[in-house]
Ligand binder design. Structure first.
Ligand code: ADP
Ligand code: MG
Length: 315
């Protein structure tokens, strides 16, 4: 089990992480979401052991994890870290890169393992090719396979699918995360893409300016977001005064509503003017305004610019 206790961190002067605390069990998947610059990559690097901590402690199975002042080669041996740059050797092939840390003592076993990993990341056809000839997304796949080669106990992934086109992303994501579960490998992913987190994470930590402002399973975070920052990590969100939605309510409180929670009705107290319609495949996302403030809602057809409609909370 990983234990992160009261970890704070600063690079030079500016404080980057503030009092981060959490535990992660074997085989569990934590996703860290937050806007760019919130400290996601820094936290992964600290857990991997690239920086020494002045405040806070890390433990793995109750044993302290120490930084570069104590380890000659930075990084704990049972952890693999796939950075935002992929760190592949340019002059050897994809299969040699993946097998780099596997023992040459059992060549047949090594060959089988490399083949299995190539298959997992969908790169079998590229085994004999050098990384320099691959696209960013393909290099990202090879880096994943390389990190998994020696079955780490904890895998740290920094924006792991950022360069992989949507066409292949979903299948790869399904395969990787079910492989990790099957092998009981704990995993922490840092991402600003909510879909990395919604379907696959057991727990999600929301980082804002170095603080963990929410920590829960992704479904709960999505359905009952604490504030607009949390909700906006899942897409567009509206923050509307209660009095506007419920005319007999004089409360000054505001409610957070996703576009799918609003619908066009024949009459209501919430009248908006359409600005733009964005085709989303299964529906349109409509951008509208009310008192110069934007309101987003979903609709099954395209609406015309300047058309006025009434909205209400979907039953
Ligand atoms: P994220 O991964 O969430 O985008 P980072 O952890 O990369 O965030 O960065 C958090 C903050 O720390 C940013 O303000 C960034 O500019 C700063 N930072 C990151 N790396 C360094 C560094 N090596 N030296 C100084 N400041 C850094
Ligand atoms: Mg980052």
């Amino acid at each position: 089990m990983l234990e992160v206790k009261k970890v704070s961190f600063e690079y030079e002067e500016a404080s980057i992480l503030k009092n981060i605390n959490f535990d992660l069990d074997k085989g569990e998947h934590l996703s860290i979401i937050g806007e760019s610059g919130s400290g996601k990559s820094t936290l992964l690097k600290i857990i991997y052991g690239l920086y020494d901590l002045k405040k806070g402690k890390l433990f793995w199975d109750k044993k302290p994890m120490l930084g570069p002042n104590y380890n000659i080669v930075p990084g704990e041996p049972f952890i693999k870290y796939v950075a935002q740059d992929y760190d592949l050797m340019p002059f050897i092939t994809v299969e040699e890169n993946i097998g780099k840390f596997l023992s040459n003592f059992y060549p047949r076993k090594k060959k089988k393992r490399v083949a299995e990993l190539l298959e997992l990341v969908g790169m079998t056809a590229y085994a004999k090719i050098k990384p320099t000839e691959l696209s960013g997304g393909q290099q990202q796949r090879v880096a994943l396979a390389k990190a998994l080669a020696r079955e780490p106990e904890l895998l740290l992934l920094d924006e792991p699918f950022s360069n992989i086109d949507n066409f292949k992303k979903n299948a790869l994501r399904r395969d990787i995360f079910s492989y990790l579960k099957q092998e009981n490998i704990a995993c922490i992913t840092a991402t600003h893409d909510n879909t990395d987190s919604l379907a696959y994470a057991d727990i999600t930590m929301v980082l804002k300016e170095g603080k963990a402002i929410a920590f829960d399973n992704p479904k709960t975070l999505f359905e009952t977001p604490k504030n607009k920052y949390v909700a906006s990590l899942f897409g567009e969100v509206n923050e509307l005064p209660k009095s506007l939605l419920y005319p007999d309510n004089s409360s000054t409180k505001k409610v957070l509503l996703y576009p799918h929670q609003l619908e066009v009705v024949s009459s209501s107290s919430l009248k908006v003017k359409v600005k733009k319609s964005y085709f989303q495949g299964t529906h349109y996302l409509i951008e509208s305004v009310r008192n110069r403030k934007p309101i987003f809602f979903n609709h099954n057809s395209n609406l015309h610019e300047n058309q006025e409609v009434m909205l209400s909370i979907k039953a």
